[in-house]
Structure formats: structure tokens, C-alpha cells
Write a protein that binds this ligand. Sequence first.
Ligand SMILES: Cc1cc2nc3c(=O)[nH]c(=O)nc-3n(C[C@H](O)[C@H](O)[C@H](O)COP(=O)(O)OP(=O)(O)OC[C@H]3O[C@@H](n4cnc5c(N)ncnc54)[C@H](O)[C@@H]3O)c2cc1C
Length: 326
Amino acid sequence: MNVAIIGAGIAGLTAARELRERGAQVTVFEKSRGLGGRLATKRLHWGHVDIGAQYFTARDERFKAQVDRWMAQGFVARWEFTPHAIDARKGLVRPKDSSIRYVGTPSMNSLAHALADKVEVRFNSRIQSLTQSSEGWRVEISDGEPVDDCYDWVVLSLPAEQSQSLLADTPIGHKIPQDIHQACWALALATCGEVAPEIQGIFGDELVSWVSRLSARPQRNISKPYDDLWMLHFAGEWSDTKGKHLPDNFTQLGLEWLSATLNKPLKLAYAYPHYWRYARVKPDKVKPVVIADKTKGLAAIGDWSAGGRVEGAYLSALDFVDYFFD
Ligand SMILES: Cc1cc2nc3c(=O)[nH]c(=O)nc-3n(C[C@H](O)[C@H](O)[C@H](O)COP(=O)(O)OP(=O)(O)OC[C@H]3O[C@@H](n4cnc5c(N)ncnc54)[C@H](O)[C@@H]3O)c2cc1C
């Protein structure tokens, strides 16, 4: 069986691994130059910065077992800290918290690298159309080399909105939910100024919803001309309103917010902004579903179809493969 998987995020790579283990010939097509999708790590000259998911949790027993294996292999570590939160009257507080948080080591995309072992991935390959003939599915890469192979199955592992545009004329196109993701403006800041070591992550407010102190996470020791590396994730509603054009004075806005939140004037060393059009599934749109057509050999998976988040992406692939290939 010949399978094309579109997207080299956690869902696509998990599906690739599982199908390979069942004897399928698998090719993954990825539009970018690297693995991991929303577990992206940006290599800047002043540091390696996780710009997407900052950590993940594990609730399902199947995912917990996978996380244990990754930990044993050194791809994942626990991020042991208690997040702070903002209290309007008291400032930074530390509410009780029992979540176990994990990070990829040395960076978030290590999970993707672990999954991609022995998987054929074609990078810089944005799929722009799918067509089916009596020989199977053909995929077309925009501005790329023609793909000669035909596939028995095509599995899309993209945010639902992006899958919908490729599947519009297929029998499963109408089943893909729309308008379910929120955007996120992300801002990496390298700063000078001493900050208390116990502040490692902050649940923010309606402007900045989450802050990671990247330089405090496992295996992220820095030896640079700055004291700390932070990642600010701006809130979904705010980011949706701003859209993809860099908000005015964005770096200054983030720096002032961080300094005010920490009650400490910080000096800027470096900054890097990134816009995620489809970042996280809106909480009220999380609806587990398997969308596939076995007779056509067509499926759409991804975090949005199994509860959102990194865990959902992994489980969406497992559910699909277990259902159709066991
Ligand atoms: C800012 C941010 C914060 C987050 N915080 C958390 C968190 O704290 N905890 C948590 O668990 N999760 C978090 N998430 C969500 C988590 O990152 C995602 O749920 C998960 O990584 C999604 O994996 P996926 O494989 O479903 O999709 P993706 O990772 O989006 O993978 C899809 C892949 O398809 C590729 N692609 C798209 N279109 C095409 C095309 N036409 N042709 C070829 N390739 C294509 C993309 O480049 C991408 O690599 C966050 C995400 C973001 C962006």
C-alpha cells in the first residue's frame, strides 16, 4: 500500500510511523524546510527559540506510554515548576497547580525528529491539489517537481481550515469543520535584568495569555550576552483582531507588558515576532471526530479532530490508523 501524508507535524509523523510499522510505503510532503509544524523551533543567531507550543501534557494512557518512551530516549523531559498567574490586586501570584508539563529536549521539535526516524519526508513541498484516477491519488506540489507516484491513500494532517481548501471537491470536504482555530502572535524577547528564578511560566491576561521563560527550561542553559530568553504568546482574541500584519510597536508592547508584570525594568537585547494564523483550537470547538473515506482512500486528521493540543494531534493519528488498518 502506497500512502501520501500531507504535513510533517505530530499528527502526520505519527500516522507515518504507524502505517510504516504496518507495512505501508509512506511519503510525507511538508511545505516548510523542517519537521514539527506548530512545534517549531526557530534557530536565530542569538538563540534557539520554540515559537509554537511551549509544553504539553499527557492524559490518555496511550500518549502517556509514548511520553515515557520519549523520556527514556532523551527526547522529552518534565518541566518542573509552578506557573504564576496575574491577580489584579496582588500582582503575580502562584495558584495551586498539579499539572505535569513536558518539553522536548533540547527543543520542542525533538518529538517530531523522534517520530520521523526512517520516514521519507519531502520538504519544501506545498501540496496545492489532489486528483484521483483509476490508478489512485496524485498530488501536485506548487512550484515543485512533478510527483510521478500514485497513492492508495492520501492523509491530510493540517489545521482543519487548510485541509478544507484541499478537500473541497471530495466526499469528505463538507465534513471538515471551519473557523475553529484562533490566531496567535508570538514574541521572543532576550532581556537583561535579574528576575527571580522561581518565575518560569506565567498565565497572563487578555493581552498576553502565556509567558515561558525559555532560558529556565530543561537543557536550555544560555551563555549569551543577555540574562533571559522569554516567549510571549498574545491572546487569541487579540491576535485574531490584529491579523497577520505586524502590530504597531509590537516589541515595545511586549517588553513593557513583561516589565510591568514582573515589576522590573528589563532591557531589550533581541526580539523576534511570529504570527500563527491557526494556532490553537477554540475551546468551544473541540469535537473529537474521525474523518475518512475508506473506499476513496482519503482522510483528514490533526489536533482539531481529537481534542486539540499536542496530545490530540498524536491521538488523531493513532485513532485513524487503528480504526482503518488493524
Ligand atoms: C502559539 C501556540 C501555542 C501552543 N500551545 C500549546 C500548548 O501549550 N500545549 C499543547 O499541547 N499544544 C499547544 N499548541 C498546539 C500544538 O502545537 C498543536 O496542537 C500541534 O502541534 C498540532 O499538530 P498537528 O500535526 O495536528 O498540526 P501542525 O503541527 O500544524 O502540522 C501541520 C503541518 O502541515 C504543513 N502543511 C500545511 N499546509 C501544507 C500543504 N499544503 N502541503 C504540505 N504541508 C503543509 C505545515 O507546515 C505543518 O508542518 C500551541 C500551538 C501554537 C501555535
